[in-house]
Design a protein around this ligand. Structure first.
Ligand SMILES: *[C@@H]1O[C@H](CO)[C@@H](O)[C@H](O)[C@H]1NC(C)=O
Ligand SMILES: *[C@@H]1O[C@H](CO)[C@@H](O)[C@H](O)[C@H]1NC(C)=O
Length: 462
């Protein structure tokens, strides 16, 4: 290279005839300018040099390709998935025992193709209703789909049936899936769906290689049709899966404990009654109607939470924790007490970059409510029931308004008391104080916080 360059330098005219910036002088400059004199030999030399350079480059690339470094780089730059890559394993949690699996050709294939030329294959399992925990588990990169919870009057009274349908395009893909009866210590019975976890870390994205697993859990109904069937505990742990809870479940089944965990999909509940409930997902909304006596925890991200929740204090102190991010929260709460009056309740509705709105549509006289509504960059608005007594703290960032509205309503106890309120801090963006129907006060607290938007608290009754 050096000789070629000095060669071009030699033949450069001393005064620059072309409109070329004098420095720095590069090889390309020389090539462009070196047209007139001794044209032929220099071109030939350059061509030979070029050929030599190309040869070296080709050999170098060949050598690099033969090294493992190359396949490592290739693997990390080109995110291509190969369905026939057989470096994979089933990811079965160590506490889980497989009690028999349906796999390969054991799936029952539907005669008819599903919509959009997907094939369907199915299998089914029965679980004893008396199990201490009924659970659905899935692992692997082709296991996403949906879990639906329904009831049926035809369902055997002592059994829960789990139907599994796989929807896929390639027989080979389905042959990688296995559906198993699974169990864990402590009389826990369930169904597990296992598909490969590829060691390459790359995931099948091409539709040809995808599969969707639809799980339907069928609970029995009580024979008299009026009372609810009690389930001790039901649990799902199903990544990339959404949940649907059917309408009649609210009145026909009561769960002592229910825990639904999915991801990248929503949880849509028509009606659900549980002593204790925990619903977690991500990138999908949580919506529906719930009744609980002790606790309900709802958590998602990048999506809304829209709920109607009944909290019943039955010598319990029920609490609701609803949390998301970058999605709105819309909550309607009904607080009741089996004693008719009193009860301690705690509610938090927390999001970010979106509005939060909550209304307490019912609450017992002399109840104590601890309420937190927090967001950022969106309005925070809480509307309390006339029975509310206690402290309030309404705050936003300095250039925005914190508003406290007392709306007219009679004393809910029927004693025709008047509401008295004290404001300790009264600023444009911050209001702090307390309110009560009598001078005995009460232990409620409500915090309404946001930033860069309005914070509003409506207290009914004056
Ligand atoms: C919650 O309980 C109330 C009162 O018993 C009932 O009217 C409502 O339908 C129940 N909702 C759900 C979701 O079960
Ligand atoms: C509510 O809390 C107060 C004080 O924390 C307690 O004295 C009262 O017994 C509780 N009431 C109920 C119904 O749990």
């Amino acid at each position: 290279m050096a000789s070629s360059e000095s060669n071009s330098m030699n033949i450069l005219p001393t005064s620059q005839p072309f409109n070329v910036k004098p420095a720095p002088r590069t090889y390309v400059d020389g090539a462009a300018i070196s047209v007139p004199v001794r044209k032929r030999p220099s071109t030939l030399r350059r061509v030979l040099h070029g050929l030599f350079f190309i040869l070296v480059l080709v050999l170098l690339v060949k050598w690099i390709k033969s090294t493992s470094l190359f396949s490592w780089i290739k693997g990390h730059l080109r995110r291509e998935f190969d369905i026939h890559d057989d470096h994979w394993h089933y990811d079965v949690p160590s506490d889980t025992v497989l009690d028999g699996c349906v796999q390969g050709s054991e799936w029952t294939k539907d005669r008819y193709r599903g919509t959009k030329s997907y094939d369907l294959a199915r299998t089914s399992f029965d679980l004893p209703l008396s199990a201490d925990n009924l659970f659905m588990l899935s692992r692997g990169w082709l296991s996403g789909g949906s879990v639906s919870l329904v009831t049926s009057p035809e369902q055997a009274k002592d059994t829960v049936t789990v139907n599994v349908v796989a929807s896929y395009r390639q027989e080979y893909v389905r042959s990688l899936a296995k559906a198993c009866l699974v169990s864990r210590a402590g009389n826990q019975q369930g169904v597990g769906i296992f598909t490969p976890t590829w060691e390459s870390g790359r995931r099948p994205e091409n539709r040809q290689y995808t599969m969707v697993i639809f799980i339907t859990v069928i609970f029995p109904e009580s024979s008299d049709g009026s009372s609810a069937v009690a389930i001790k505990s039901f649990e799902t742990d199903v990544p990339d899966t959404g949940h649907l809870v059917a309408h009649f479940l609210g009145s026909k089944i009561t769960f002592d404990s229910i825990s639904l965990t999915g991801s990248n999909s929503g949880i849509y509940v028509k009606a659900l009654s549980a002593t204790k409930g925990s619903l977690h997902t991500s990138n999908g909304a949580i919506t529906g109607s719930f009744n609980t006596t002790t606790s309900l925890s709802l958590e998602t991200s990048n999506a809304a939470i829209e709920i109607d929740v009944g909290l019943l204090s039955d010598s319990t102190e029920p609490n609701l924790d609803a949390r998301t991010s970058d999605g709105k929260i819309n909550a309607r709460l009904r607080l009741t007490s089996s004693a008719g009056e009193g009860g301690n309740f705690s509610v938090s509705t927390i999001t970010s970059n979106s509005p939060v709105f909550a209304i307490v549509a019912d609450a017992p006289v002399d109840s104590a409510l601890s309420f937190e509504a927090t967001t950022s960059n969106g309005d925070a608005h809480v509307y309390l029931h006339p029975t509310y007594e206690g402290a309030f703290d309404v705050e936003t960032s300095s250039r925005f308004n914190a508003d406290l509205n007392f709306l007219p309503a009679a004393d809910p106890s029927g004693k025709q008391r008047g509401r008295a309120s004290w404001v300790q801090v009264q600023k444009k963006s911050h209001l702090l104080g307390s309110t009560s129907w009598s001078d005995k006060g009460s232990s409620g607290t409500v915090n309404v916080h946001t930033s860069n938007a309005a914070a509003v608290l409506d207290i009914v009754g004056s």
